[in-house]
Design a protein around this ligand. Structure first.
Ligand code: SF4
Length: 316
């Protein structure tokens, strides 16, 4: 691991300004992803700004009837929060499908959204990877791509976003609250948080340098039946081949978001509108722009069959 300096921030503005002021600085909280990447020298921040003392660890009701989830709320605490379990159970189900108990005890809400891809070439520093080394090429497109994206990728990168939680957040229409080094705050709809791969897959979010996520806000609950189903190569501690987050009302209307298929949680309102017409009609719209490799084309059928099964179980 390369040497780095460390500071523990006392306020959000101190944290944001410290990252802005130090070239190559990074925020650190749970560290469940960043420390691994630093040990492998895939990331080598010159300065770490520890934000764990900022007190962003409360889950509060909003005036509108929703929830404001502090950026530092640990995944375990969020999954077991009474209001999350009662009103947003898709989120609980997605959280417990991710990682391991030990990791969920450390991992934070914001860190989960910002975790980096598990594309095998991203972790192999002997192989070209545009995300790790911009302009070096993508080893995956002609290589081992079974786990990678079938939709939303580019000629530069077909990495998937690995988060289960983010899929639930996308279906729940979460909004990301941030503060910038100059003190301004902004609200970012989750569908706008993760940047398209395009020619710059190393730029993964729309966050500016030093911009700190302070909370995730959920709108009032939408009711319905909440289901999260994750298809993976082994029963635990594995990333999704395909995951389906489904919110289904009694009349068959609802929302569906996919994980494991794209560089960000994947959902479209047009596909949501097709849910009453069945899984095939929904997936035809949701994956209309799919451009799979020969190794991962099976994900399209797998996603369709998974949704078919879930709708069947729900009696829809
Ligand atoms: Fe790198 Fe993305 Fe290609 Fe994987 S898919 S090798 S992360 S550029």
């Amino acid at each position: 691991m390369k040497p780095f300096s460390y500071q523990r921030a006392a306020t959000t503005s101190e944290a944001a300004q410290a990252v802005l002021a130090n070239d190559g600085a990074k925020f650190i909280a749970g560290g469940t992803n960043l420390l691994d990447l630093m040990k492998l020298e895939i990331e080598s921040p010159a300065h770490l700004v520890d934000i764990t003392g900022l007190g962003l660890d409360e889950v509060e009701d909003t005036a509108e009837g929703g929830l404001r989830i502090g950026a530092l709320v640990r995944n375990t605490a969020l999954a077991s929060h009474p209001r999350v379990m009662r009103d947003y159970s898709l989120l609980t189900r997605a959280l417990v499908a991710g990682a391991s108990g030990q990791l969920r005890n450390k991992a934070t809400t914001a860190g989960n959204l910002l975790q980096r891809t598990r594309c095998p070439y991203f972790y192999d520093t002997n192989q070209p990877c545009n995300k790790r080394t911009p302009g070096s090429g993508c080893s995956a497109i002609e290589g081992f791509s079974r786990m990678l994206a079938v939709v939303g990728g580019s000629q530069s990168c077909i990495a998937t976003h690995p988060s289960d939680m983010a899929v639930a957040m996308r279906a729940l229409d979460a909004t990301i609250e941030t503060v910038s080094p100059n003190g301004t705050t902004r609200l970012i709809p989750i569908e706008e948080l993760h940047a398209p791969s395009g020619d710059t897959p190393h730029i993964e979010t729309v966050l500016e340098r030093g911009e700190l996520i302070t909370a995730v806000i959920l709108p009032p609950p939408v009711g319905g039946r909440h289901v999260y189903y994750k298809v993976r190569d082994r029963a635990s501690y594995a990333f999704a081949l395909v995951s389906v987050g489904l919110i289904l009302a009694e009349d068959g209307t609802g929302r569906v978001a996919l994980g494991g298929v794209a560089p960000r949680p994947w959902r479209s309102t047009q596909a949501d509108a097709a849910l009453p017409s069945g899984a095939q009609a929904t997936m035809d719209l949701l994956l209309a722009d799919a451009n799979p490799t020969h190794e991962n084309a099976f994900k399209i059928e797998l996603a369709t069959r998974t949704l078919t099964g879930l709708l069947g179980q729900a009696g829809a």
